[in-house]
Ligand binder design. Structure first.
Ligand SMILES: Cc1cc2nc3c(=O)[nH]c(=O)nc-3n(C[C@H](O)[C@H](O)[C@H](O)COP(=O)(O)OP(=O)(O)OC[C@H]3O[C@@H](n4cnc5c(N)ncnc54)[C@H](O)[C@@H]3O)c2cc1C
Length: 417
């Protein structure tokens, strides 16, 4: 059996380590963040492939992944229902998933999970991989780089592969169920809700609340509001804190300028259905994420493989980030089983995952382009079809029967051209 090094101890790193350890390998996970990892991220959409993968990671058959909703609803700016559909789905949160995966570590003594260790560079010599880190050198048979969108390992081997800014940001946040009015609760809380101001998209859904509570009254509502922010001007403004400091690589939640938060809330009152406006008003700390994506031509170099967001990032409209990381981890585990801990195994992993991940990124770009084009600059000639948006957002492409180009995508392409 082999020794695997895993760079990054978030969801992707934990999935890969778990599955390798269950196959009998020993694993050292190196995570840059020291101390508790809770309090990161917000809502996560799940798909059946994620749930099935978590069972392969050792979760009980009836484990509680998150909060089930029965369907979706779209409201107009006045709060009137534009459409609704049945679409059962389970919504969860980053911290719930981290709690589940991290909670399995005591069952797996083959995994050493080390925090406060930053991976700096990689060397491959013969059939060994050597990692230079802030805590010294580590050696293993293979390296799995699950170190996220700005992966240090990807920068070393593929410096030309850089995240591309999509031209819009997502305002995100959570609000406790208990503080919402009855009207807002009835309008959206138990559903996956949408609101479609021109060229923008607001969506949200219930997730586990503070302390991962999933019972009624203990939950939170997670919102994601996509808004245009052309680079460099408007994007830089948003990434600049109230003291004038620019956070070009991403602004921490507590640094987002109070002036921008106030302006966003005022826009919410003007553009969104009252229930959504209330959510953004009552969210104590909205945060901001510029939307990026990228496609990697290759994700394997000898004994080094990229996984999760280090390998590919799709825009969040497909809601596939975590499921894609799980699909990577499962494909890697199968390749190690079939070929041993060898470069051939990593090549088989890459052959499977590069085309599949590429298709997910392209689909998310089409959904993003449709959102940006419709109703933009007062162009109300192309109002979005609420049913199409609800039917196609955050659906696993493998689970849905889409034609490659749906009618509304053709419209979007024509509008953009
Ligand atoms: C607006 C938005 C909405 C989203 N919504 C969804 C959704 O609904 N559903 C969904 O599935 N996904 C969603 N995602 C994506 C999802 O959050 C990620 O795809 C997922 O968390 C990928 O996990 P990962 O482990 O690959 O990377 P990450 O979670 O980024 O983890 C990388 C880890 O590596 C560590 N690290 C980084 N550099 C080093 C280093 N040099 N040495 C050691 N450690 C290092 C980091 O500290 C981090 O813990 C969304 C993303 C955005 C921006």
């Amino acid at each position: 059996m082999a020794h695997l090094l895993v760079a990054g101890g978030s969801l992707g790193g934990l999935m890969a380590a778990n599955l390798a350890a269950r196959a009998g390998h020993t694993v050292t996970v190196l995570e840059r963040v020291a101390g508790p990892m809770t309090g990161r991220g917000a809502g996560i959409i799940t798909h059946p492939a994620l749930e099935e993968g978590l069972r392969r990671c050792g979760m009980a058959r009836d484990f509680a992944l998150g909060i089930p909703v029965a369907g979706r609803v779209t409201l107009d700016g006045e709060g009137r229902e534009l459409g609704a559909m049945d679409l059962p789905q389970v919504l969860t949160s980053w911290s719930r998933l981290y709690q589940l995966l991290h909670g399995l570590l005591p069952q797996l003594p083959q995994i050493e999970y080390r925090q406060g260790v930053a991976v700096q560079s990689v060397e491959q010599a013969g059939d060994r991989v050597r990692l230079r880190t802030s805590a010294g050198t580590f050696e293993g048979d293979l390296l799995v780089a699950a170190d996220g969108i700005r992966s240090a390992v990807r920068q070393q081997y593929w410096p030309g592969v850089q995240p591309e800014y999509a031209g819009y940001v997502a305002w995100r946040g959570l609000v406790d169920e208990a503080v919402l009015s009855r009207g807002a609760h009835e309008a959206i809380f138990e559903r996956f809700g949408f609101c479609l101001p021109p060229g923008e998209q607001m969506l949200g859904y219930p997730v586990a609340g503070p302390g991962n509570g999933t019972r009624p009254g203990e939950r939170s509502w997670n919102f994601v509001w996509y808004r245009p922010a052309p680079a460099p001007g408007r994007l830089q403004q948003l990434l600049t804190d109230a003291d004038g400091v620019l956070h070009a690589q991403g602004i921490p939640p507590n640094k987002v300028s109070w002036r921008e938060v106030a302006a966003m809330r005022a826009d919410g009152r003007r553009l969104l259905a009252p229930a959504f406006a209330e959510v953004v008003e009552k969210c104590a700390q909205p945060f901001l994420q510029p939307i990026h994506d990228f496609i990697s031509p290759s994700i394997v170099q000898g004994r080094v493989a990229l996984l999760g967001d280090a390998a590919f990032v799709a825009r969040p409209h497909v809601g596939m980030g975590v499921t894609k990381a799980m699909q990577d981890a499962l494909a890697l585990a199968d390749a190690l089983r079939d070929h041993g801990a060898t470069p051939q195994a990593l090549q088989a992993y890459s052959d499977q995952r590069v085309p599949a991940s590429r298709a997910v990124v392209l689909r998310s770009r089409r959904l993003g382009a449709y959102m940006q084009a419709c109703g933009r600059d007062g162009n109300t000639a192309q109002p979005r079809d609420a049913l199409a948006v609800m039917a196609e957002t955050a659906i696993d492409p493998d689970q849905a029967n889409f034609s490659e180009e749906t009618p509304h995508e053709r419209t979007a392409t024509q509008t953009i051209a």
